[in-house]
Design a protein around this ligand. Structure first.
Ligand SMILES: [Zn+2]
Length: 542
């Protein structure tokens, strides 16, 4: 007995959409990919026919950089993503505080830097809507936290508290903390929040999975697994959901490289990989957070950041892992058979990551670990061809490649002109020929692959299309789609099994309500996924 998906179009890499074609699924695999007429003529009695009603049958999307547990926790806490302004955000906090008098702490996430003057909300704003309550709210990119006065007091953060390494406490003229804590400074308060229990982490993973499945995502690479100091340890949640059969998505886990430690931690990564393997999970990746983000001037760049007047400062960002340690770590991890998953936003971080991959190649010879660099906000022209030469994939988060407020107000004015011209140079990368993979970095930004793909193609804000950001760097629709399917499958070492609709592959499908290849590129994100299938099993239906 098989299931036939017919009545629409089918996505194929290198082609685009093929109207009038469908697939026959038997058990967990794709058995045939043929014109609808042939599939229907060959049908056996008892076969189920699913009419996709002029929709698109796509391989399931694979998100090459996702944080489902963090996203799930955000959805379970004070979720600020529905807000569109400071007022709406504060109203959500007030509503949440009133609805949860039993919660000692109000923990949440999802506010946008652009809603507040200078990107800096204050403790006083929270004190007004949740009087006397400790509140801690991560911004959408999770690189900054906003604390109420009670939270600062409970954590002992005062004018006398020095900035911690890798972090900065925003202060007023008198040196008093104003409520905004950048990067590692947020940990000063996080350390005092109630511990997240293992049950809550497991629930968050399943909440995150449910969210991802509803957008047609059938697999991902978790870009932060293990103990990070940033989030609760989530490896246990993968092991338990896998054992319980509730983990449906095909996942690969990137173990967190602790940047305050050295090569001695590799032994622990090896042990965790073995533990995961026993459960049938692949944890052969290690995530190396090489730098920060441009909005708070921690992305590692080749030219110093500018001040408000356009003058060069003495800050060129942070290499969270020194270039020398990175070389040693990548060579050692590569020798151990680990894939390195780099967070590299600034151009200097990209150069240092590629240098480390090159060093590993020289030392260990060609291994097929499929290292990949994520984010790639700025890439020097001379580094573009190195990806393909070194066999490293470019893992892009296309939703960021748009001229929205955060980019226009909080990023571009503070960058040297030569770097402004190098924002998310996906077109250059595509032309240079490395594997392109794609992901969302959810909950940093929307998990929706269709929104990401629309921006990759238009380089414009989905909600408010205006001047595109470097439109010459746009990707053709078919290439963006391929990055989000077979490109990410390659990065996850699953390209022989999933990511394309070919006979013999696992039946991992995302079925859309229409064919984005047949319409205006500005309407791509207007489409919805109506059914998600993993291994032949329908795991989501609209
Ligand atoms: Zn991330």
């Amino acid at each position: 007995m098989s299931t036939l998906y017919v009545g629409g179009a089918l996505f194929r890499a290198g082609v685009g959409s093929i109207p009038g074609w469908g697939v026959r699924v038997s058990g967990e695999r794709i058995e045939a990919v043929l014109p609808d007429g042939v599939l229907l003529a060959d049908r056996s009695p008892g076969d189920e026919v699913v009419d996709v009603r002029r929709g698109l049958i796509s391989p399931g999307f694979i998100d090459a950089h996702l944080h489902p547990v963090i996203g799930g926790l955000d959805l379970q806490g004070c979720d600020l993503t529905p807000a569109a302004s400071a007022e709406e955000c504060l109203a959500l906090v007030a509503t949440y505080a009133a609805a949860h008098p039993e919660r000692e702490w109000i923990i949440g996430a999802g506010w946008q830097v652009a809603w507040f003057p200078g990107g800096l909300p204050t403790a006083a704003m929270l004190d007004a809507v949740a009087p006397g309550r400790p509140v801690l709210l991560a911004n959408a990119d999770h690189h900054g936290r906003w604390a109420s006065s009670a939270a600062l007091r409970l954590a002992g953060v005062s004018a006398a508290t020095p900035d911690p390494p890798g972090g900065r406490i925003e202060r007023d003229a008198g040196g008093e903390p104003t409520g905004m804590l950048h990067e590692a400074a947020g940990d000063l308060v996080v350390d005092h929040c109630p511990e997240v229990t293992a049950e809550e982490v497991e629930a968050a993973l399943l909440t995150g999975q449910r969210h991802a499945l509803s957008y047609g995502i059938t697999g991902w690479q978790d870009a932060l697994v293990g103990r990070s100091g940033i989030t609760p340890d989530n490896l246990g949640a993968y092991l338990s959901t896998r054992a319980a059969g509730t983990l449906k998505a095909r996942v690969r886990l990137a173990l967190w490289w602790q940047r305050d430690r050295g090569l001695e931690q590799i032994e622990e990564h090896v042990a965790h990989r073995a533990l995961a393997a026993e459960a049938g999970l692949d944890a052969s990746s290690v995530k190396l957070m090489v730098d920060g983000v441009a909005e708070n001037f921690t992305a590692a760049i080749s030219r110093p950041y500018l001040d408000r007047c356009g003058h060069a400062t003495d800050n060129d960002g942070h290499s969270f892992i020194s270039a020398e340690m990175l070389r040693q770590a990548v060579a050692a991890l590569d020798a151990e058979g680990f894939q390195c998953h780099f967070h590299a936003l600034g151009d200097r971080a990209v150069t240092e990551s590629l240098d480390a991959v090159e060093h590993a190649l020289e030392r260990n010879g060609v291994r097929s670990n499929r290292h990949h660099l994520a984010h790639l906000q700025m890439v020097q022209v001379r580094d573009v061809p190195r990806f393909a030469r070194l066999g490293a994939a470019a893992n892009v988060q296309p939703l960021w490649a748009q001229a929205e407020e955060q980019m226009i107000e909080h990023t571009l004015p503070y960058l040297d002109g030569s770097l402004r011209e190098r924002q998310y140079p996906f077109g250059d990368l595509l032309a240079a020929g490395p594997v392109l993979a794609a992901g969302s970095d959810w909950p940093v930004s929307s998990v929706d692959p269709l929104a990401g793909i629309q921006v990759a193609v238009t380089r414009q804000d989905v909600a408010d299309p205006r001047d595109p950001l470097l439109p010459e760097q746009a990707l053709p629709l078919e290439r963006a789609w391929t990055a989000y399917t077979s490109g990410s499958a390659w990065v996850n070492h699953l390209d022989h099994e999933t990511g394309a609709l070919v006979p013999g592959h696992l039946a991992d499908l995302a079925i859309l309500d229409g064919d984005p290849f047949a319409g205006d590129p500005h309407d791509i994100a207007g489409h919805r996924v109506i059914r998600t299938v993993i291994g032949g099993e329908t795991v989501y239906q609209a």
